[in-house]
Design a protein around this ligand. Structure first.
Ligand code: PLP
Length: 463
């Protein structure tokens, strides 16, 4: 607490976040610090409580203050906090036990677990694994990795390159070679078919044409989120089926980025269960430890694994010293146990529907509400401005700020307003959240939203 009292942002060594520095230096203050969390609530330095409709940034699926997870981490940290798994040493019992439990919980056929340390490092590992896989099979020209436009996959150069977000490329260009992007489906009707009669055949044709335009014979892998995180829109089942079929026929690995969607956010343990389409590689992070420790995982098939075991000298030549950190694995195992014992996924989906219904009911007459959708515990509120056009980022920034003043935290992207609470939200909390959110929207007036009245955007808000 002492550090907060003497916090002087112009001289303090701490370099904060991804909001404009002028705001951090001139306007943010001690009250902009979180000091404690309890259940679904965050508490700031002034003691004010906020209901967390962001789960941190999608990580805190079991809420704050879980002693079972903290104690599991403590036990591991006192027993054996770290070993190096990059040389020849054996791993730790906790990594073995957790890998086994995770593989058992994973969709069928995903039997092998390679740990990473963040979501970005999991996707990075998956991409490098796919390129090495192709090379090990003698397909030395198959090295192009394809991503979908509008998708976000992480902060390393490789994961930014596969992300279909020009803003990331602009900040840090030039991007590495060997990455291509294809149009992404954005609604229940595949937009590859937009403007023409939408059916499964035309969708598949357009997908094939998009991939062919980049040369399918050169492709090592396609990376896709089964549900797009920034919009909350599932990729249509027929799109995923066509992609799966194409990848299998062309020897391309299908990578599902479930960093955000995994662990119950979408009403299923993994979002691939929504379509039943299975990837060759699944990337996990965020909710994997319910936010209590950094961890990522790449879960793959025997078929992929065996290609790295095909000769005496073969191996996957990529590892970071903190991949599969034992304390993080302890957090992961305790998290998984909680998911299974407390029926967390069903609970989250029930609260998601309650929140959606509460918001829809309270805002039924509001001219600003276009649509409120829930998929599991992801509630996407599509708003319009007073002129009827899709709500601007300025409006969403205003709403974000006004919600915060009412003690609830929301998130937003160019696509939608996201409410992604911890899955352990209670019914009373869901009702309270819906009430405060609706009050905030109903209180908005035409001239409330102006650049001078709204805090600046952040990197997260922009992508
Ligand atoms: N992939 C997706 C879909 C994400 O939403 C994120 C983070 O928001 C990442 C990858 C990167 O994960 P991390 O921030 O843990 O590196």
């Amino acid at each position: 607490m002492a550090a907060i009292e003497v916090w002087e942002p112009t001289t303090h060594p701490f370099w904060h976040g991804s909001a404009p520095m002028s705001y951090i230096l001139n306007e943010a203050g001690p009250a902009d610090m979180w000091v404690r969390g309890e259940g679904a609530w965050l508490i700031d330095a002034s003691g004010r409580r906020y209901l967390d409709g962001r789960s941190g940034v999608g990580n805190m699926l079991l809420g704050y203050g879980r002693r079972d997870i903290a104690e599991a981490m403590f036990r591991q940290a006192t027993e054996l906090p770290f070993v190096c798994t990059m040389r020849r040493e054996r791993s730790t019992p906790i990594a073995f036990e957790y890998a086994e439990a995770l593989a058992a919980a994973a969709p069928p056929g995903l039997t092998r677990v390679r740990f990473a340390h963040t979501g970005s490092s999991a996707v990075e590992s998956a991409i490098l694994m796919a390129r090495s896989y192709q090379r090990n099979l003698g397909r030395t020209d198959k090295d192009v990795v394809v991503g979908l436009r509008g998708a976000y996959h992480g902060t390393t150069m490789t994961t930014m390159a596969v992300s279909g977000l020009p803003v990331l490329h602009l900040h840090f260009r030039p991007m590495p070679a060997g990455f291509k992007h294809i149009p992404a489906p954005r609604s229940a009707d595949c937009p590859l078919c937009q403007g023409v009669e939408s059916n499964e055949a035309t969708c598949a044709d357009r997908l094939i044409a998009a991939l062919e335009s980049h040369g399918m014979e050169r492709m090592a892998a396609v990376v896709v989120e089964p549900v797009n995180a920034v919009s909350g829109v599932p990729r249509p089942d027929h799109y995923l089926r066509a992609l799966r079929d194409l990848c299998s026929r062309q020897g391309i690995l299908l990578i599902f980025d479930e960093v955000f969607t995994g662990f119950g956010r979408m009403g299923k343990m993994f979002a691939s269960e929504l379509s039943g389409v299975l990837p060759d590689i699944m990337c996990l992070a965020k909710g994997i430890t319910a936010g209590y420790a950094p961890l990522g995982a790449v879960v793959t098939t025997d078929e992929v694994y065996d290609v790295f075991n095909a000769s005496e000298s073969a191996y996957f030549a990529h590892a970071s010293s903190t991949d599969g950190h034992p304390v993080s694995c302890a957090a992961g195992l305790a998290t998984l146990k909680a998911f299974l014992q407390e029926d967390i996924v069903a609970r989250g989906a029930e609260m998601g529907e309650r929140l959606r219904g509460g918001i829809a009911h309270r805002l039924a007459e509001s001219p600003l509400l276009a649509h409120v959708r829930a998929i599991g515990a992801y509630i996407a509120v599509d708003l319009v401005d007073f002129d009827g056009r899709k709500a601007s980022m300025l409006t969403k920034r205003y709403l974000d700020q006004a919600c915060e003043e009412r003690g609830i935290l929301i998130d937003y992207t160019p696509e939608t307003v996201m409410i992604i609470p911890p899955l352990i939200l209670t019914a009373d909390e869901a009702d309270l959240f819906a009430g405060r959110f609706a009050e905030t929207v109903l209180s908005m007036k035409t001239d409330d939203v102006s650049r001078s009245s709204v805090r600046p955007g952040t990197l997260r808000g922009h992508r």
